[in-house]
Design a protein around this ligand. Sequence first.
Ligand code: C2E
Ligand code: CA
Ligand code: CA
Length: 261
Amino acid sequence: MYVLFNQIIEEVNLEKSLRNALGNNEFALYYQPQYDLATGRIYSFEALLRWVSPQYGNVLPAKFIRFAEESGLIIPIGKWVLKTACSFLKSLHDRGYNEIVISVNISVAQLMQNDFVEMITNILNEVSLDPTFLELELTESIIMETLDTNYKKLERLLQLGITISIDDFGKGYSSLSYLKSLPVNKLKIDKSFIEGIGSNKDFTGSIVEIGHRIGLDVVAEGVETKEQLDYLSQAKCNFAQGYWLGMPVSADEALKQLEGI
Ligand code: C2E
Ligand code: CA
Ligand code: CA
């Protein structure tokens, strides 16, 4: 009982601090490279949100995204993420790395906004970024649970040239055959399958194969060993991301990775 009470107080305090975090400039984006397995080169960076709180230190999304979603704060925070990530990518393009793509995670509350597509196009215009360099990551459950409401929005985004990637694929419940009818063009296999490589090899390989058969690019996330990477290359998986290839790093460090420093 006492433990529960303390936990509630802690959560209330965390939420209070979170309310001021955007205004106080306490958010930062880290960038994790995604490699093109055919060329061995960096294809894109995924933007990952960090909260650098004076009170709590470095807070990972697992600790605060839920509060941000429940309180509605994810709307302004998510907009800040998109703007910051697109500006970062523009700065890379201006330095000559003009084929790199940026991936941004999107919460269900953001996608549900009536003006979601407009918000995205406004940011792309402000930053002068071609939509084909933006990739939005939406979890399988978000896509499936809100498909009726959001089908048209996702179609519009695809028409604009934006890539829609199904994040954490395999954790949810959509059947592979159903994927064909979804307005998405990329599939990100959940880490749990990559962990299973070695013990359960055939399964990851089959996801890659079926993904390709229905016209989707396939990414593997959570690649932590050379064995997993070799397996994925052999399976003709298009892209890979994970600690083995590169940790999430600051914008400066991400630039250094491109420069090969
Ligand atoms: P996610 O989109 O599935 O992101 C991948 C998570 O796995 C990241 O954790 C990343 O640091 C971690 N990771 C990368 N490589 C490896 C690996 O090889 N092994 C293991 N075990 N983990 C790896 P992170 O940064 O803590 O983010 C956690 C989740 O928070 C993300 O999962 C995403 O759902 C959410 N998130 C992060 N940034 C944002 C954001 O800007 N907006 C929204 N709405 N959600 C975000
Ligand atoms: Ca993601
Ligand atoms: Ca994921």
